[in-house]
Design a binder for this molecule. Structure first.
Ligand code: HEC
Length: 199
């Protein structure tokens, strides 16, 4: 390839990378936003699950808790930046204060907790809300506790000492212990701006 073309190709590749790393255009219709919210919630859940199982295989629970503590936030933020939407995990009993719910999420988490107590936990909730004159789709996908989660979220006294040590060091105000299998844990929360007039 002539030198100029090589330079051009490299320049285009770099520009392409730059474009693809930019957030998607924010304005969407409601149906499109709902599809995007479902997709991004499922993708983030899958990504964090893969991360966890890879670390479990490599270093057991004690190794995994360290990696989770170091990478969960970064992974989630990178994910949100790539998707171009606000995506995060929230819980009333959060471990990381970054996962504390906002007022809207708090209201919905409380409602979901009550539904769960009655055995009626829905697979998702979605609603269009207006915030400061802008319409948003707000989407929550509930998360429940499986047996393996108890290694790091079970009753404090049942945690392995090396896991408890990492949690004590990193999360002095940790609320995310004391769970039992099947408990309601929180939700993946997605918020997408809707385009005006396209609801
Ligand atoms: C190896 C230990 C470990 C296991 C196993 C584990 N977690 Fe966690 N979990 C953590 C740590 C550490 C954090 C805090 C991550 C951070 O700082 O963002 C966390 C955070 C979370 C959060 C975000 C809300 C919060 O409290 O900050 C949710 C939701 C969650 N875990 C659910 C689960 C579920 C469901 C399972 C089982 C499928 C599970 N976890 C298994 C260690 C673990």
């Amino acid at each position: 390839m002539p030198k100029l073309m090589q330079t051009l190709a490299a320049g285009l590749a770099a520009a392409g990378l730059f474009w693809s790393a930019r957030p998607a255009p924010p304005a969407m219709g409601e149906a499109e936003a709902l599809a995007a919210a479902r997709q991004v919630a499922a993708d983030l859940t899958g990504r964090l699950r893969d991360l966890l199982s890879r670390e479990l295989a490599a270093g057991g629970f004690a190794g995994a808790v360290r990696v989770c503590a170091e990478t969960a936030q970064q992974t989630t933020q990178e994910f949100a930046a790539r998707a171009g939407h606000s995506v995060r995990r929230v819980s009333m009993k959060y471990r990381n204060v970054q996962d504390a719910p906002d007022a809207y999420e708090r209201k919905k988490l409380e409602a979901l907790e009550q539904l769960h107590a009655r055995g009626q936990l829905p697979g998702e909730i979605a609603e269009v809300v207006s915030e400061a004159g802008q319409a948003y789709l707000r989407y929550l996908k509930p998360i429940t506790i499986a047996a393996m989660c108890l290694n790091c979220h079970g009753p404090r006294e049942s945690l392995k000492p090396e896991i408890r040590q990492v949690l004590d060091d990193r999360y002095p105000g940790d609320r995310a212990v004391g769970y039992r299998t099947g408990d309601f844990r929180g939700a993946v929360s997605v918020r997408i701006a809707l385009s005006p007039g396209r609801r």
